[in-house]
Design a protein around this ligand. Sequence first.
Ligand code: HEC
Ligand code: HEC
Length: 251
Amino acid sequence: MRRERWNDLILILFLVIGLGVFAFTGIALLESFWYTPVASAEKKEHVASPLTKLDLLERGKLVFQSAGCTSCHLARLEPGGPVVGFPVGPSLSNAGMRRDEKWLREHYIDPHKLVPGSKMNSFAYLPSDELDALVAYVKTFTPRYEPAEEPTIVIPQRFTAEQVERGKALFTSQGCLGCHTIGKSGGPIGPNLTKAGTHGRTDEWQIQHLKDPLSVYVLGPTDGIPWPMPRYNNLSDEDLQALVAYVQSLR
Ligand code: HEC
Ligand code: HEC
């Protein structure tokens, strides 16, 4: 008789606990349906960059400036604007023609994976949406950013007018125009050279770059560049000097 009562009590206790657990999980489950969208929207607001509300390209431009890209790169920040920055890495003029979105994003995150020996640092610390904005912004670096006016020729004293004339002829005969635009003619693969004399590159750099373009930016081999500039190490010293004279006179 006593034992049966105990059994009943234990049964009731289990029922009560079971009901409690059921009700609790039920409410939690319902709550999760009701409140989750609001809660996660609030959470997102906190995690995302404060720049989220700006237009994608405006945001990309701000990230480009604040991340210090111009401490190593020459670029025009807006169509037709002046070239700003320092000539450590390649000019980003027309970089939007040379690189696709996937490459750009991976390169910001891990430059060394795509370009072994690259001196570019990783930007993996940037929030994902800022990386997206940066990719979109650099993709706009195309001929529409470049000036359409013809260059002014200002010959530095160390060069002669004959050298510049010879350089100009070589620029066409050697196929430089196929990739580079000067004024209104040329191709969009390499940087626009209309004002190349203002880029701050030294004559020695220009010679080294003409002989072996990849040697000035990367130490190791690279397989990431779809249209690398060819080596012009077959040209005579006079021809190389003439090309440099022409390029450095473009203002
Ligand atoms: C410390 C110097 C340095 C900084 C800072 C730097 N870069 Fe670079 N960047 C380089 C060098 C060197 C290369 C060439 C080797 C390579 O491709 O990794 C390069 C290559 C590139 C290229 C490929 C250019 C081409 O001709 O195809 C792009 C695009 C680029 N950088 C964008 C950026 C952006 C955007 C930033 C800022 C978020 C940035 N870089 C910051 C040094 C730098
Ligand atoms: C197949 C395309 C191609 C050809 C042909 C070519 N280039 Fe380039 N050039 C590039 C690319 C891409 C870059 C950007 C990467 C770099 O700086 O090496 C570049 C960069 C340059 C730069 C650096 C501009 C700067 O200030 O950042 C100069 C100067 C230049 N080229 C001159 C020449 C000359 C002179 C010739 C002909 C003798 C020539 N290029 C032929 C593709 C080419």
